[in-house]
Design a protein around this ligand. Structure first.
Ligand code: IMP
Ligand code: MG
Length: 186
């Protein structure tokens, strides 16, 4: 798998070191609050598992499964919520966890949907944030790493459902991307 990468951006040790810092920041901010973490499947699974074990606070965990449809490696803007019922977030402090903030379409839709359930607060934590213009006005409150506008895989991030189990994060080689990508799970 690693041979399909053009280059490694963050190796496992670098990612875990950064998670120590992020977890300390989040733990300080949510001390004595009713925290509910909403992890967005599938992309945030590995990030969630490593991050949450570094947060020594009582918290609730729920997951949302969302599909975004892509043309090539670009989001088209269509978001489908797979659950019939949303997690019960009324009156709670919500922290949404996702793998990557790209166009912003997905996180804006998720934030809108959860906000309608009247939580006490909503914040967003992403492992990666692409430094680029967004289609929707959304930003993350906690960011693992800023990256350029390149297609990356590994540590939960996929290309056609592959590479999620790579322990590092890297830029996929162009000759490994098929030109027409129809849909991916988050
Ligand atoms: P957005 O709606 O454009 O912000 O895209 C969000 C989703 O697209 C993420 O949760 C990922 O599943 C996927 N995505 C965006 N950029 C990348 C990438 O570079 N690698 C893998 N998945 C990506
Ligand atoms: Mg994906």
């Amino acid at each position: 798998m690693q041979e399909d990468l053009e280059r490694v951006l963050f190796d496992e040790a670098t990612i875990l070191h950064r998670l120590d810092e992020l977890a300390a920041e989040i733990s300080a901010d949510y001390r004595n609050r009713d925290l509910t973490v909403i992890a967005i499947l599938n992309g945030s699974i590995i990030f969630m598992a490593d991050l949450l074990r570094r947060i020594p606070l009582p918290l609730k965990l729920d997951c949302l499964s969302v599909a975004s449809y892509h043309g090539g490696t670009v989001t088209t803007g269509e978001i489908v919520f797979r659950q019939l019922a949303l997690p019960d977030v009324h009156g709670r402090h919500i922290l949404i966890l996702d793998d990557i903030l790209d166009s912003g379409v997905t996180l804006a839709a998720i934030r809108e949907k959860l906000t309608a359930e009247q939580p006490r607060s909503v914040k967003i934590c992403v492992l990666l944030r692409k430094v680029k213009g967004r289609l929707r006005p959304v930003d993350a409150d906690y960011v693992g790493f800023n990256i350029g506008d390149e297609f990356v895989v590994g540590y939960g991030l996929d290309y056609l459902e592959n590479y999620r189990n790579l322990p590092c994060i890297g830029v996929l080689r162009k000759d490994r991307c098929r030109s027409c990508l129809t849909s991916t799970d988050l």
